[in-house]
Design a protein. Structure first.
Ligand SMILES: NC(=O)c1ccc[n+]([C@@H]2O[C@H](COP(=O)([O-])OP(=O)(O)OC[C@H]3O[C@@H](n4cnc5c(N)ncnc54)[C@H](OP(=O)(O)O)[C@@H]3O)[C@@H](O)[C@H]2O)c1
Length: 238
């Protein structure tokens, strides 16, 4: 007689913030079961609620992860995993998704493309999150703060620069922010396709006069120092 395969065990998901919403949506798209607990929505304690879960994802604010484990030590009978880029602890394994998660949910293809960064020497992603088809890379735990700092600088740093342009176009020049969207799309496409060759403008041309004029035009604006720091960083590239 053929054996009926066991259904996969549910993945425990703690938290109901942005990443938790994305993870639950992804699990639904993959057809994988989940049990959820958040302090807002569950009257029961998390140990009872997640009793059937061999693995529990702690998708909490970084600073709340360790206090949560300490508050519910019985949860440690399960494999605990967090998605924080910087938290290093023996109490839970790290699997950092190299992605940004906002309010809007993504489609299955987008979720499947997200690489995860796990700890070198620790369990591989296929063991941490069985059934997830994502690729993964491993780095030394001690390198994770530097890795995550650069992720945040690239993602949020570039967003802040674009928001500054959008807002200034609208408020100072009466130009709709959307007028800069083709520029943003092309910068992204060039970066992806050509890497370093995506850089153009006075920096690459070595046009110091134009850079000086730009810095003078931004006098008194905090973004003047950001521009100057970027020029310095470009000059110091190996
Ligand atoms: N967002 C991203 O783009 C991104 C990308 C990669 C990795 N991550 C990582 O994913 C994790 C979750 O981030 P997120 O963006 O989803 O954060 P978030 O939207 O701010 O959600 C945080 C969640 O933590 C809960 N929480 C906070 N303090 C708590 C406490 N003391 N006890 C119980 N629950 C508590 C919040 O509940 P309340 O609403 O009740 O406060 C909320 O459900 C973090 O480790 C983050 O570093 C995020």
């Amino acid at each position: 007689m053929r054996q009926v395969p066991h259904p996969p065990s549910p993945l425990g998901v703690v938290g109901d913030g942005r990443v938790a919403r994305h993870v639950l949506h992804y699990l639904q798209l993959l057809g994988l079961p989940a049990e959820t607990w958040s302090r807002r929505e569950c009257a029961r304690d998390p140990v009872d609620t997640l009793a059937s879960c061999p693995t529990i994802l702690l998708l909490l604010r970084d600073a709340a992860i360790l206090p949560f484990i300490e508050a519910w030590p019985a949860l440690r009978r399960a494999r605990l995993i967090h998605f924080s880029g910087i938290l290093v602890t023996s109490a839970a394994a790290a699997a950092h998704p190299l992605m940004t998660f906002g309010d809007r949910l993504y489609d299955l293809a987008t979720y499947r493309r997200i690489p995860f960064v796990v700890d070198a020497g620790g369990p591989p992603l296929a063991e941490l999150l069985p059934g997830w088809p994502n690729s993964s890379f491993s780095i030394a735990p001690a390198d994770r703060p530097a890795y995550h700092a650069l992720c945040a600088l690239a993602g949020n740093g570039s967003s802040l620069l674009w928001l500054k342009l959008f807002e200034t176009l609208e408020t100072r020049f009466g130009i709709p922010a959307a007028a800069a969207h083709p520029y943003l799309s092309q910068v992204t496409a060039n970066l992806r396709d050509d890497g370093l060759r995506a850089l153009t403008g006075p920096l690459v041309r070595g046009d110091r006069g134009t850079i000086r004029t730009h810095l003078e035009a931004l006098a008194g604006d905090p973004f003047r120092d950001v521009y100057a720091a970027l020029v310095e960083a470009y000059d110091n590239r190996a």
